[in-house]
Design a protein around this ligand. Structure first.
Ligand code: NDP
Length: 499
């Protein structure tokens, strides 16, 4: 493995942003937390402090929700035309594109991810999301309904914004998760209170400046940095929030559901995964090996869709294990800001402890560590990309979401597709699966048999703004992106007129 933990310097735009005193965005103004409290944000590659941001809590959430309510009901946003809404959402994509390199650097510094991936994946994906969703603002049609009641009737539906939305996002793709949440909510005319993850609040705060520059009226988007147990909990249970959209752990997803019950606010959840990648004997093995390695090592394995359970047919098992291990060994590990790095640190000390705990558990339960298995260096939250072979369904490493660069390989020798699908479906999650084969029938039959919200054929971790994304089982409720997400941010109103 090629290790180079050296911190390159930041560009001038990101440096200037970091030097600012960071505040909350509430009702169009940058303000301190009411409590005056702040918390420290660190660089996960060096453990150095990079910023101090406000620790918003219930008092700030109350102000932000009140501002969002005013903006929704009486502000200029409540009277805006769909075309003008579309123009504003599109403008966010343009502004993001203008500042793309700065955002890529902030993501690399704050999250630890490789800057090259941040630019190509996180930032470009966010630009694309705003542009795609801008189109939906003018396409939220109702329908006319041919009712059968006696007499003459004109019956139709209207699509209306759901109202004030609380959005709670995680640290693995900080900007992109903000884009996935903000873009459809804005396109449909909602107002928003966004709470970024405590580990990675910087890109959301910088994005707040672009929201102002784009010309959104005060209170349409409010951004409250803070902790999940205080700011997040206050938002999830707030009686004047109409909907909460959450991405994060299944455990916290269940807390959100309970908190939302008070006023029966709408809930959408994008939660964890333990996604299978299944390599059939006829697969293009070069493609499958490179693809399944990327499926687990991309973003240091901190992807909800990570291909963490790798199934290889026994006839090709040894080649797959050797190939993925070799790919792991070739990754260049280092500071995310180094453009030549492919694998950065994990996001936090907590996540580092969690992943190393799983490595220990895998060893104790008898998994074979083919490559990796250890931490790297004494500074920063680095973990070696790891291949665990000889794993089985009963091991914790196979059942639980590790959220690190650790793949568990299992061999199978069954040619019956139902039997293969049973291995894939043997999990409480159902977010994504990938199938690696040259046989079209096998690929599409497996797509039907696997119980997951997204199926990839000869690829993994696929995403596109037009492609609905979400989970079966405990991977969540509802879909993000595509036309499906607009269901979450709109209510359907039925109107019947006697003629
Ligand atoms: P969490 O689910 O705790 O964090 C996601 C978001 O929820 C953060 O903004 C967090 O706030 C917030 N939050 C935490 N507790 C509450 C609460 N009681 N009420 C409202 N909001 C809350 O994820 P973790 O950071 O703890 O990561 C733990 C594991 O979760 C990972 O190892 C991984 O397995 C999984 N995960 C899955 C993700 C996915 O994309 N599906 C993303 C991230 C994690 P804050 O962190 O700011 O305190």
């Amino acid at each position: 493995m090629n290790i180079a933990i050296r911190k390159p310097s930041l560009g001038s735009a990101a440096t200037a942003f970091l030097a600012k005193r960071h505040k909350l965005l509430i009702d169009g103004e940058w303000v301190d937390a009411r409590s005056g409290k702040t918390f420290t944000v660190e660089d996960p590659a060096t453990e150095e402090k990079i910023a101090e941001v406000p620790a918003g809590d219930k008092a700030d959430i109350d102000l932000a929700v009140a501002a969002a309510r005013r903006a929704f009901e009486t502000g200029p946003w409540s009277r805006i035309s769909p075309a003008e809404r579309s123009r504003l959402v599109w403008r966010l994509g343009d502004l993001l594109e203008q500042h793309a390199d700065e955002f890529a650097e902030l993501e690399a510094l704050d999250n630890g991810k490789p800057v090259t991936n941040a630019r190509r994946g996180d930032v470009q994906g966010s630009i694309d999301m705003f542009r795609y969703m801008a189109g939906w603002a003018t396409r939220l049609n109702g329908e006319t309904i041919p009712v059968s009641s006696a007499g003459n009737w004109h019956a139709y539906t209207l699509r209306e914004p759901v109202g004030v939305v609380g959005q709670i996002i995680p640290w693995n793709f900080p900007l992109m998760m903000a884009a996935w949440k903000l873009a459809p909510a804005l396109a449909s005319g909602c107002t928003i209170v966004l709470k970024p993850a405590e580990q990675t609040p910087l890109s959301a705060l910088r994005f707040g400046e672009l929201i102002q520059e784009a010309g959104f009226p005060a209170g349409v988007v409010n951004i409250v940095t803070g902790f999940g147990e205080t700011a997040g909990a206050a938002l999830a249970e707030h009686p004047d929030v109409d909907k909460v959209a959450f991405t994060g752990s299944t455990e916290v997803g269940k807390i959100i559901v309970r908190a939302a019950a008070g006023n029966l606010k709408r809930v959408s959840l994008e939660l964890g995964g333990k996604s299978p990648a299944i390599v059939f004997p006829d697969a293009d093995l070069d493609l499958a090996i490179a693809g399944t390695a990327d499926a687990i090592f991309y973003n240091q394995g901190q992807c909800c869709t990570a291909g963490s359970r790798l199934f290889a047919h026994k006839s090709i098992y040894d080649r797959v294990v050797a190939g993925v291990s070799e790919a792991a060994g070739k990754l260049k590990v280092g500071h995310g800001l180094d453009p030549s790095v492919n694998l950065g640190p994990l996001v936090s000390k907590e996540q580092h402890q969690r992943v190393t705990g799983f490595l220990q558990s895998g060893r104790e339960e008898g998994a074979e560590v083919v490559t990796g298995g250890s931490t790297i260096g004494n500074q920063g939250y680095f973990v070696e990309p790891t291949v665990l072979a000889q794993t089985n369904r009963d091991m914790r490493v196979v059942r639980e979401e590790i959220f690190g660069p650790v793949v568990c390989v299992q061999s199978y020798d069954d040619d019956d597709l139902d039997a293969v699908a049973r291995f894939a479906n043997d999990t409480e999650y159902g977010l994504q699966a990938s199938v690696w084969t040259r046989n079209l029938k096998v690929a599409h039959m497996m797509a039907r048999k696997i119980r997951a919200g997204t199926i990839c054929i000869n690829t993994h971790n696929y995403g596109d703004p037009a492609w609905p994304f979400g989970g079966y089982k405990q991977s969540g409720w509802g879909r993000e992106m595509g036309k499906e997400v607009m269901e979450h941010y709109t209510e359907t109103k039925a109107v019947a007129a006697r003629l």
